[in-house]
Design a protein around this ligand. Structure first.
Ligand SMILES: CC(C)(COP(=O)(O)OP(=O)(O)OC[C@H]1O[C@@H](n2cnc3c(N)ncnc32)[C@H](O)[C@@H]1OP(=O)(O)O)[C@@H](O)C(=O)NCCC(=O)NCCS
Length: 333
């Protein structure tokens, strides 16, 4: 059977830089508190009203396709991972396809939050391996800045998130050894309310959102940070070991670890548990915060630009997020 490979990666972040000091003017927080607990120094926010996740995805997608040595016309499937779709429906994948000029190309939205990119990569991998599609554009893109509460009530969540997009073009492997070597996905709804947005909700009757719900702030993410931290630092090493074993590789074979970027402390702990030296761990949370489905493709894209994804390089990735959902991948470039 064919193997799939990541043929190219790209990313885009908005130009507006928001520092921790900027946030401390809007809420009782400080640069010291945020850096100490998360490693975040700044994040990007969209520059103006009217910019959606699909808009950030356009330059990221074009960069991924170009780096793959393909043209947009080669894309025969779009998978769009986001928890912040442009609108409630239709999916951002359809909007992206239209913006890229790809009429008729199918588009699928994936709602798996921080593990959305790895879930999407797994679908792309399966489609490419079976021959169903040949050049699958996998996108993770988020606009968080319009969905967080930039005041005292929302400060625990608001300081964590940023806007950005990453993309990968996934297609048949051009070489014997290159490709997605193994993947694993997991979910457990036991933690659903540890990180969720309650409204708008189809289970809320007779209206999905009311003035009272808005007043209570149910349109903003609610998080049990300590519980998420505990699960992430347990499940990310677990799934990393699972995919390494499935690929018949060990930690010593890993050239680069590209984890989801939720918290620098989570990733330091995960790398330490796995025994991966710090200089092999990709991090950009200090510059972008948590961009959810976009963190892994942005990390890959920056590593690509720095020449770290040369031929034969083995990348380990792992993510954990709302749901709970989590996953891992081993990819040889
Ligand atoms: C959110 C997180 C950074 C908080 O760190 P923590 O070590 O659990 O928090 P601490 O116990 O040190 O501090 C909590 C206190 O800080 C306060 N606080 C919360 N947000 C704050 C902020 N932005 N600035 C200043 N103080 C804040 C709280 O009100 C609380 O005050 P209290 O002790 O008086 O009640 C941490 O739990 C975390 O990163 N969890 C994982 C979250 C995550 O990754 N989410 C995305 C999943 S993909």
């Amino acid at each position: 059977m064919l193997r799939s490979a990541i043929l190219g990666v790209g990313h885009y972040v908005p130009t507006k830089v928001v520092t921790n000091d900027d946030l401390s003017k809007l809420m009782p927080t400080s640069d010291e508190w945020i850096q100490q607990r998360t490693g975040i120094k700044e994040r990007r926010f969209i520059e103006a009203d009217g910019i959606g996740a699909s808009d950030l995805a356009v330059p990221a997608a074009k960069m991924a396709v170009e780096r793959a040595g393909r043209s947009l016309g080669d894309v025969d499937m779009i998978i769009f991972a986001t928890l912040s779709p442009d609108v409630f429906f239709p999916g951002s994948g359809c909007l992206l396809g239209q913006k890229l000029g790809l009429p008729g190309v199918p588009a699928l939205d994936v709602r798996n939050q921080c593990s959305g990119f790895l879930y999407s990569l797994s679908i792309a991998d399966a489609w490419v391996r079976t021959g169903a599609y040949k050049n699958v554009l996998v996108v993770g893109a988020e606009v968080h800045s319009t969905g967080i509460e930039l005041n005292a009530r929302g400060r625990d969540v608001a300081v964590l998130f940023g806007d950005g997009a990453g993309a990968a073009l996934v297609g048949p492997s051009p070489g014997e050894t290159r490709g997605v070597l193994s993947m694993a996905l997991h979910a457990d709804g036991v933690g659903a309310k540890d990180l969720w947005i309650k409204a708008p909700a189809s289970m809320s009757s007779p209206h999905r959102i009311t003035a009272e719900m808005l007043e209570r702030g149910e349109q903003y993410p609610q998080m049990n940070g300590k519980q998420v931290f505990r699960w992430a630092t347990e499940k990310m090493p677990e799934v990393a070991r699972e995919v390494l074993a499935a690929a018949e590789l060990t930690v010593g074979d890993v050239d680069l670890f590209v984890p989801h970027q939720a918290n620098m402390r989570i990733n330091q702990m995960v790398a330490q548990k796995l025994g991966i030296p710090a200089d092999r761990v990709v991090h950009n949370i200090e510059r972008y915060g948590n961009t959810t489905a976009a963190t892994i493709p942005i990390g890959l894209s920056e590593a690509w630009a720095e020449g770290k994804l040369g031929e034969g390089k083995v990348v380990l990735s792992a993510a954990f997020g709302s749901g709970y959902t989590w996953g891992g991948a081993v990819i040889r470039f």
